[in-house]
Design a protein around this ligand. Structure first.
Ligand SMILES: NC(=O)C1=CN([C@@H]2O[C@H](COP(=O)(O)OP(=O)(O)OC[C@H]3O[C@@H](n4cnc5c(N)ncnc54)[C@H](O)[C@@H]3O)[C@@H](O)[C@H]2O)C=CC1
Ligand SMILES: O=C(O)[C@@H]1CCC=N1
Length: 271
């Protein structure tokens, strides 16, 4: 059974641990470090994981170490981990932080996998972009894949350059969807429906449309055209959106997220 450590026991770590515990490995084979004792207590109670407030010698005995802190904290975490690094696979889920920087901070450690999951991992419906540095063995790639697949699906990338685009599309993506849903709810209220009715309509519309898109082999544009009767209501809404350049603005926004990912790597990977 895999022995897995987590540094950072926040949102994303909890999602991953929830997917792993009792399936890929037992809770007592998972060791979590976080500065916040309350987060640790919750994880211990829910999944039976062992915990510590700082990186300890347990980390020398693990197969995989998942780095799940914010990009800003990664350098300091790497420094505290370095004395315990041997042959373990290090799996980072942090936005921006480059594999080469992590490797250098860990004493030129070769076994680094970078991944970008998303919050639907909390309900087992995540998707993760993943890329392995050259020093990762086939067995370690399989371990990284199994960990991420415990909370959804994986898309392996040939180049680390594609991780920032994945971050921008699917890592941050759930927030764009919620933003759109919030706007639909706002419109519903302005048109006279209650807030509860608005959110129910928005959620069910997204759930139904997404399921339809997943089950349909047809392109998204065709699904959209089927809703859009010439001169009808949808046509009026889409014409308004086109006039306002909404699609272009979304493309610009997603590109801003990718640019920020690159910038984070430059900002926190300097030394
Ligand atoms: N939230 C999201 O949608 C996604 C986040 N990510 C990445 O996952 C990482 C974690 O994000 P979240 O789980 O959302 O953040 P979070 O804030 O919920 O969790 C981070 C945890 O790290 C702990 N921490 C801070 N400094 C520490 C240290 N020195 N040692 C040990 N623990 C420390 C904090 O107490 C906190 O519990 C980030 O790098 C983010 O880029 C990746 C994909 C999606
Ligand atoms: O906003 C962020 O930086 C992180 C990475 C992807 C989702 N949340």
């Amino acid at each position: 059974m895999l022995k897995i450590g987590f540094i950072g026991g926040g949102n994303m770590a909890a999602a991953l641990i929830g997917g792993l515990a009792g399936k890929l490995t037992d809770g007592n084979n998972i060791h979590v470090v976080d500065l916040n004792p309350e987060s640790l207590e919750k994880l211990n109670q829910r999944f039976g994981v062992t915990t510590a407030l700082q990186v300890d010698d347990m980390f020398a005995k693990l197969d995989v170490i998942v780095l799940a802190v914010k990009p800003q904290q990664m350098r300091q975490v790497a420094d505290s981990l370095k004395p315990f690094i041997g042959t373990q696979l290090v799996l980072s889920i942090a936005a921006g932080i480059r594999g080469a920087d992590l490797s250098r901070w860990l004493g030129n450690h070769p076994a680094i996998v970078r991944s970008m999951p998303n919050t639907p991992a909390l309900i087992g419906k995540g998707i993760s972009g993943v890329v392995a540095l050259d020093g990762v063995s086939a067995e370690q790639r399989a371990a990284a894949d199994a960990i991420l697949r415990a909370v959804g699906t994986t898309v392996w990338l040939d180049s680390e350059d594609l991780i920032d685009p994945v971050t921008a599309v699917s890592g941050s993506g759930p927030a764009y969807v919620f933003y759109f849903m919030e706007a639909m709810q706002k419109a519903a209220v302005e048109l006279g429906l209650s807030a509860e009715q608005g959110v129910e309509l928005a959620k069910a519309t997204f759930a139904g449309a997404v399921e339809l898109a997943i089950r349909s082999p047809e392109p998204l544009s065709l699904l959209r055209e089927r809703v859009t009767s010439k001169g009808g209501t949808t046509y009026a809404a889409l014409t308004s959106m086109e006039g306002d350049g909404v699609a272009e603005r979304i493309v610009t926004a997603v590109k801003a997220a990718a640019a920020r990912g690159k910038e984070l790597g430059e900002e926190f990977g300097k030394d």
